[in-house]
Design a protein around this ligand. Structure first.
Ligand SMILES: [Zn+2]
Length: 473
């Protein structure tokens, strides 16, 4: 089947190279809300090939819409953002609509696809969660643990669609932690797949075998763009989850998880990978070409593992009881919603400490010969956050000033400047240890080398930096 494979590779390369023509420019970052996608769905109403139906409402009465396109016998149901803070595939779905609407270079593919399949898209199944940029819905229920009890209207909608449409294939589109590694390697799992199990024994029936075959093809395609960057989720059976049950109910289920990619915090490259891999899989479904894939190749995709920190500082010295101790410091940066969750800051944490030689950092700092010590606290006390504007913060950070004290309590937990702010009652003199916010400096003797503020850093020797948002502690 070398020919079918090389056709897949050529087709996916073509999709990749022409992507910018179809990318929906209305969506540029992850924190869009339902109000941002409703006009994009409305736009499809002018195209007679698209059929838009309201399939129900969320807890907070937001309409949930399904977009149907195609007239073929193979039904495919695709839903995204069942978890409100997992939007990468939603963006890709609107890119796919643009490709399906446009005339030109992909006409042959589209004619075949829409004649052989009927596609049912439900973008943003959890609009209330997206509104708050949170995983759960407005009942604080995780929809992906509600497939049996069906307490959420969104869950009732999804099960109802599976039961009434009886699709041959379903795409369950999620985002995963950016800190999953591909096996025990430093590579981030940029995309992970799962041919979900339908029972505890993880048996393989023809329904599940087709998931594996489709994933084998998508993995081969993605290896062109992210060599070594594809992982496989653990197939432990979760009796309450939708993927597992939909596979059990007879729809071939593919889970796609969008992870992390270096310097892609808004996941725009990963969105493009979703676009390419979903369209390639749809072609394989339309032509039945995936049936020639060997399911055993599925098991060669390395499993997702947890061997990554956002930053790993290797072999730093800290002083304990007057004696030097050599430690690695594992730092993770956590997003904190700001305001109505349209923006965010970070609060970072020292998540591990000690011998971390079996781990990797997405960013790594070799601190051999460097000693950790507290950053300087500026002698001025700030009356408010706005006072920060009076200071040349870049040059202060260069000199190792990491921290200001606030005169009055602030409700903010993060802020934009690369400075660590201390509330009036927060003690500054605490040792560097797990659970603490990573604000400190690294010196060689008296020479300042690195300045860390809230897990972001500056290399004083050459000015290179990953400085980010500050924190209020
Ligand atoms: Zn999810």
């Amino acid at each position: 089947m070398t020919t079918a494979y090389s056709q897949d590779l050529t087709f996916s390369r073509h999709l990749f190279d022409t992507y910018d023509t179809y990318r929906d420019t209305a969506l540029t970052h992850r924190r869009f809300k339902q109000a941002d996608i409703l006009p994009l769905i409305d736009r499809l109403k002018t195209d007679s090939r698209f059929d838009i139906t309201k399939v129900g409402e969320s807890v907070e009465k937001r309409p949930i819409q399904m977009i149907k396109v195609g007239t073929g016998p193979r039904k495919v149901l695709l839903w995204s953002q069942m978890h409100g803070d997992e939007p990468s595939a939603t963006m890709a779905i609107f890119d796919i609509f643009n490709l399906l609407r446009a005339d030109g270079e992909f006409d042959e593919f589209k004619t075949k696809l829409l004649a052989e399949t009927t596609l049912y898209f439900v973008p943003m199944l959890n609009p209330d969660g997206a509104e708050r940029y949170q995983r759960r819905n407005a009942l604080d229920i995780d929809l992906n643990r509600d497939a049996l009890r069906l307490q959420s209207p969104e869950s009732v909608i999804l099960k109802g669609l599976q039961q009434s449409l009886k699709p041959e294939v379903g795409f369950n589109l999620h985002d995963q932690s950016t800190r999953y590694s591909v096996g025990h390697t430093p590579k981030q799992a940029t995309i992970s797949f799962l041919a979900t199990a339908y029972d505890e024994a993880r048996n393989i029936n023809p329904v599940r075998e087709r998931s594996m075959q489709l994933i084998v093809g998508m993995n081969r395609v993605l290896q062109q763009f992210i060599p070594g960057g594809v992982g496989r989720y653990s197939d432990e059976f979760e009796p309450r989850a939708f993927g597992d049950n939909i596979q059990k109910w007879g729809t071939t289920l593919i889970l796609i998880e969008s992870g992390g990619y270096p310097n892609d915090p808004e996941k725009q490259f990963i969105r493009k990978l979703n676009y390419v891999s979903i369209l390639t899989a749809l072609q394989a479904i339309a032509t039945d070409s995936y049936k020639a894939e060997s399911r055993s190749e599925y098991n060669t995709i390395p499993e997702n593992e947890r061997y990554l920190f956002d930053v790993l500082i290797r072999k730093a010295q800290i002083m304990r009881g007057g004696k030097p101790v050599t430690v690695d410091i594992g730092i993770n940066r956590y997003e904190v919603n700001v305001g109505n969750a349209a923006t965010f800051g970070y609060r970072s944490s020292i998540d591990d400490f000690g011998d971390l030689s079996t781990f990797f950092g997405i960013e790594e700092i070799d601190a051999t010969g460097l000693t950790v010590s507290p950053g300087q606290i500026h002698p001025d006390t700030l009356r408010s956050l706005a006072d920060l504007k009076k200071y040349k913060l870049d040059s202060l950070v260069q000199k190792g000033v990491t921290t200001f004290r606030l005169a009055a309590p602030s409700r903010a937990t993060t802020h934009l400047a690369p400075v660590h702010l201390l509330q009036p009652t927060t003690s500054a003199a605490r040792p560097i240890q797990t659970g603490r916010i990573p604000t400190f400096v690294l010196r060689r003797g008296n020479q300042l080398r690195y300045v860390f503020v809230n897990g972001f850093w500056l290399d004083v020797s050459n000015g290179s930096n990953k400085l980010g948002t500050g924190v209020v502690e």
